[in-house]
Design a protein around this ligand. Structure first.
Ligand code: PLP
Length: 374
């Protein structure tokens, strides 16, 4: 089996799993309980928070554990607009965001907020001049993803952050696809809010974080007990948090090495496809991109047919993102970068990870050549 869908999710690393296991049985205690055994679990969670903060170059006071990227996106946007309610009700974002952002924005529009969705160019790049023009006196939030999950293009977060802060606007970035793969300087980029998820970096599913600038007294999404400083109630996903922390450590420790390796595999896959399948087009910005996402518009055959043929050969990839898999409508990201509906239905996203090998890439290229040979 060849797994080329690492942007959808990744397997849990063995050392991550080993760190997690005791917290399901021997150390199952509720971290909020009084006795010593429970306190040691609490200490471990706080250690996880500090480890992650250190890797990110952020204050541990800004790290809040959540159930994943979706919750973090919802919380970031809802809390930001509430905090800024006296300034206005205008938000700037892009049409290529993940549904966790887009559907939160749609809800806010339904209750009276206005959202400007910036046009992106054919590679999915945000035009900073357009962003500047979109800013209004009542703009309260800019929410722009760092790396696009379908085409891999990176956003110019430093420039966006500067503009946001010059204009007293909060800046949220959905970094679910870049976290642990691409360094991001939170202070230099003036990031107020950042969403990340564990299962994209060889950690467990159902765990993530929202970074909130500690200087901002933002409100909460969920109401309940005092966990996470009262900001994110609910008994902690102890094993998940501890696994996430180990996965973050692994990712940041090997960030450059893994990035270069995955990039070299991506280059190989692109070269092989280019040489064997005339007319294949590579989507997204080929320079400013997160390592590993190779999105290809094939010259013929719809993506379903290609995916079935790949699956028969033991190769797992996707059309667009996992979230839109099975959807009848063409991907909103692909139409936003200018593809016609019939073209968007011929796109396959290969997302490569650190466990892939050169042999797997060569085998994938061979199978693709066969598929397009007729
Ligand atoms: N944002 C982006 C860019 C994503 O790719 C994903 C997941 O695919 C999410 C948010 C949602 O994250 P989670 O699956 O942790 O809820």
């Amino acid at each position: 089996m060849i797994y080329l869908d690492n942007a959808a999710t990744t397997p849990v690393d063995q050392d991550v799993l080993e760190e997690m296991l005791p917290y399901y049985n021997d150390k199952f205690y509720n971290p909020s309980s009084f006795y010593k055994s429970a306190s040691s679990v609490r200490v471990k969670i706080e250690k996880a928070r500090r480890t992650i903060a250190e890797c990110m170059g952020a204050s541990h006071r800004g790290i809040f554990f959540t159930s994943g990227g979706t919750e973090s996106d919802n919380w970031a946007i809802r809390a930001a607009v509430e905090y800024k309610k006296d300034k206005g009700r205008h938000i700037i974002s892009t049409p290529t965001e993940h549904p966790a952002v887009l559907n939160t924005l749609r809800y806010l529009e339904s209750i009276g907020f206005q959202v400007t969705y910036l046009d992106v160019d054919g590679e999915g790049n945000i035009l900073v001049d357009e962003l500047e023009k979109a800013i209004r006196p009542d703009t309260v939030l800019i929410s722009v993803m760092h790396a696009n999950n379908e085409i891999g293009t990176l956003a110019p977060v430093e420039k966006i952050g500067q503009l946001a802060h010059r204009n007293d606007i909060l800046f949220h970035t959905d970094a679910v696809q870049s976290f642990g793969k691409q360094r991001i300087d939170i202070d230099k980029c003036n990031i107020d809010l950042l969403s990340a998820s564990s299962h994209k970096i060889y950690g467990p599913k159902g765990t993530g974080l929202l970074y909130i600038n500690p200087l901002l007294p933002l409100g909460k999404l969920l109401f309940g007990g005092d966990q996470e400083n009262g900001k994110r109630p609910g008994t902690e996903n102890t094993a998940g948090i501890i696994g996430f922390s180990k996965a973050v450590e692994n990712a940041f420790l090997n960030l450059e090495k893994n990035g270069e390796y995955i990039d070299s595999l991506s280059v190989l896959l692109r070269e092989e496809i280019k040489n064997n399948i005339p007319g294949a087009v590579f989507l997204g910005n080929q320079d400013q991109r997160v390592p590993g996402i190779v999105s290809v518009l094939f010259p013929s055959l719809d993506s379903e047919t290609i995916l079935i043929r790949l699956d028969e050969a033991g190769i797992m990839a996707s059309a667009g993102s996992a979230c839109s898999a099975g959807a009848v409508e063409p991907s909103h990201v692909l139409t936003a970068v200018g593809l016609e509906a019939r073209e968007a239905k011929r796109v396959i996203r290969f997302s490569l990870g650190k466990n892939n090998t050169k042999e797997e890439i060569m085998e994938t290229a061979r199978v693709l050549k066969d598929i397009f040979a007729g």
